[in-house]
Design a protein. Structure first.
Length: 280
């Protein structure tokens, strides 16, 4: 069963591409027709591509790995922040920090700096600072929070990157390609789909279009996380059952050991009794 349908995508305006003169010929297979100088995207292909991407995202989430969501354009920011947070995934909605993937250790250092500032704030070290120093540190903390707060939990490179508008986020796409990290992206008619591993041909400018696609993808991620949780619970239950089955065997072994020790104990006094007359 499909995660979206033709009517749903049509209503959200996913079919509106860019002006014909702005098109990228590589998108030709996904263009249905041209109307009033604007390319119309073939939504039947979009439905199929959403299913394909959602299934892959579900498997990544099920294996316990992280997916980084990227969208710095105004109409996509809030949607991305809300949807990614709902499935507990990291996201970037401010400026893309150059080298975030290719120079990941440096980005981690900046995140750690943020945590150390928090620690100093909580243990009262800042009480001895002057107002000016305090203001500088607070500003630095706010700047780090704005740019990196949403990736604070990302302790290692993500296993996938989901991008809205692959042209605007071309640096993120390039970095992911360089490191062999699969890229999922909403690709409009003016973009190049060749660098995207799981492309979803759709309007990447309308908020409704972005939202309907993200809803389907995040629902799949949530399913993957649930299945992971269920599998872990099953493992725990079977482990507990195995432990319970092994437990009754332990007293039996203890009783057997005691029985083996008992005859030896009975022989000992007899040996002592034999030795006694010699003592006289």
């Amino acid at each position: 069963m499909s995660r979206t349908n033709f009517d749903q995508l049509l209503e959200a305006g996913c079919h509106f591409g860019h002006l014909k003169r702005k098109w990228n010929p590589a998108m030709a297979p996904y263009i249905f027709m041209e109307r009033n100088g604007i390319h119309i995207i073939d939504l039947h292909k979009t439905v199929a591509k959403i299913d394909e991407a959602a299934e892959a995202l579900k498997q990544i989430a099920k294996s316990g790995k992280k997916i980084l969501f990227v969208a710095t354009k105004k109409q996509a920011k809030d949607v991305i922040a809300e949807k990614a947070a709902s499935v507990n995934m990291p996201y970037v909605i401010e400026r893309w920090p150059g080298g975030m993937l290719t120079n990941f250790p440096t980005i981690r250092k900046a995140v750690k700096k943020m945590t150390s500032i928090d620690k100093l704030m909580s243990d009262g070290t800042f009480g001895n600072l002057s107002k000016r120093e305090l203001l500088q540190i607070t500003r630095q903390r706010a700047k780090l929070e704005k740019n990196l707060g949403s990736i604070a939990d990302l302790t290692r490179l993500p296993s996938a990157v989901f991008v809205v508008d692959v042209m605007k986020e071309h640096i993120a796409v390039k970095e992911a390609n360089r490191l062999g990290i699969p890229v999922f992206g909403i690709v409009d008619t003016n973009s190049n789909p060749n660098d995207i591993d799981f492309m979803i041909p759709a309007n990447d400018d309308a908020k409704d279009s972005i939202e309907v696609i993200l809803n389907a993808c995040c629902a799949a991620i949530a399913e993957g996380l649930e299945e992971r949780k269920a599998e872990k619970a099953d493992e725990k239950a079977s482990q507990a059952q195995n432990d319970a089955e092994e437990a009754p065997a332990a007293p039996k072994r203890a009783r057997r050991a005691r029985k083996e020790e008992a005859p030896a104990a009975e022989e000992a006094p007899a040996a002592e009794a034999e030795e006694a007359p010699a003592a006289e």
